[in-house]
Design a binder for this molecule. Structure first.
Ligand code: FE2
Length: 408
């Protein structure tokens, strides 16, 4: 055998026509595809750079090429401009007005979902996060239901619309974060006079991947007279009365919500409170990588609001430029106010009010406030999940460019 190998290698060395190993492997794989196998050698191995060795700011996520590359997915840095996508909500509403189905039938969900170009059309913005933007016209109701994914609403309209969660009615205003933790009965609607718009964020892709997805709409509790929504059992502002004073916890109530384990009982975080809290801290030094930050937390445990997702708000002062940072968790952002840009793996994404963008895991990012006033970003991070599976790490760049471990 040894002789044969030597002969072969001598033959190829003298022939002068070297085979392009990668191309040859791809050709072979095109042929082998129908047999549902993929042939691998070092030459065509999926490219995955050793992240902590490669510290180039412009290094984007790498994928394999060829047949396998087409099927691989990885979040891409991307921005959705509100000026471009927002008008589609009006067009959905216009179709609803002239539709051949009843308004109620049409109205259960009027939304568009964001698709990250890195996922080839899948309904997700990161590996674990799905995001929709919904419009509810006056009279619209999303009937009461319950499901396994954790979900939230970030309110973009100034006022109007509601979500009722386990009997707590939450009246929505801009910047509010309203949670529907897994295993809680909830419904949404608009009983005001003007359309309302909000962002829905869910850990849907993760739950779907885990084959743990279910939804039920056989609600057996008391309903409102229209029979599509649950009857509120607590006065408006219940969450706030119970948990709205930081550091103080009521001792006479159960903190359990719904049937899920450890669901966050703080259902409604008010945008006005978030802005007040950020501004009250604006003269503090802040974090060089993030500015002034606040985490939305479960008041009972201090943990992120969901086991899978962390929600945050950050304020960047006029002219503030954060240092470069990267994490092993993707982040989804929405600009609540102000103007600026974020650089992600060397790409610049300008943002203004209601624009949304994704900073995928592994990629260097920084934020810059270019406006005259404060800029406020809300974020949703996959960090809690990465923490739980022992994969969360973060790095920053000092002013001189030196890379430092932020979380080891
Ligand atoms: Fe839901």
């Amino acid at each position: 055998m040894a002789t044969v190998t030597q002969e072969k290698s001598k033959g190829s060395a003298t022939s002068g026509a070297k085979v392009d190993a990668r191309a040859a492997m791809e050709a072979l794989n095109a042929e082998a595809g129908p047999l549902n196998i993929w042939l691998r050698t070092q030459a065509n191995a999926p490219a995955q750079r050793p992240w902590f060795r490669d510290t180039g700011i412009e290094a984007a996520g790498q994928l394999a090429g060829g047949r396998v590359g087409k099927a691989q997915v990885k979040a891409a840095a991307h921005r959705w401009r509100w000026a471009e996508i927002g008008p589609y909500l009006d067009r959905i509403a216009e179709i609803a007005r002239t539709s051949d189905v009843s308004p109620i039938e049409f109205a259960e969900r009027q939304q568009f979902l964001l698709t990250n170009p890195g996922f080839g059309g899948r309904l997700q913005v990161t590996s674990t996060i799905r995001c929709a933007v919904s419009i509810y016209n006056p009279g619209d109701v999303a009937p009461v239901h319950i499901h396994t994914p954790n979900a939230s609403r970030t309110i973009l309209s100034e006022n109007g619309g509601y979500t009722t969660v386990e009997g707590e009615r939450c009246e929505a205003s801009r910047g509010d974060l309203i949670l529907t933790p897994h295993g809680t009965w909830h419904d949404h609607g608009n009983d005001g006079a003007a359309p309302v718009v909000w962002i829905d964020v869910l850990d849907f892709p993760l739950i779907e991947y885990l084959d743990c997805l279910w939804l039920d709409d056989e609600f057996e509790g008391d309903r409102l007279s229209n029979s599509r929504a649950q009857a509120p059992t607590h006065g408006t502002g219940y969450s706030h009365r119970l948990y709205g004073e930081g550091g103080l916890m009521p001792g006479f109530v159960s903190h359990q919500r719904g049937i899920g384990r450890g669901a966050n009982p703080m259902i409604h975080y008010r945008g006005a409170d978030v802005l007040d809290a950020l501004r009250a801290l604006a003269k503090e030094t802040g974090d060089p990588y993030e500015g002034i930050t606040l985490a939305f937390v479960n008041p009972v445990t201090g943990a992120p609001v969901f086991p899978t997702l962390a929600y945050g708000a950050q304020l960047l002062r006029p002219g503030e430029e954060t240092r470069w940072k990267r994490e092993t968790a993707s982040n989804f952002y929405v600009c609540i106010e102000g103007d600026g840009f974020s650089e992600i793996a060397g790409q610049r994404f300008d943002w203004t009010r209601n624009d949304m963008f994704v900073a995928p895991n592994f990629l260097w990012r920084r934020h810059v406030n270019t406006g005259k006033g404060d800029a406020v970003l809300y974020s949703v991070s996959e960090a809690p999940l990465m923490e739980k599976i022992g994969q969360y790490r973060a790095q920053g760049r000092l002013a001189d460019g030196t890379v430092t471990e932020l979380v080891a």
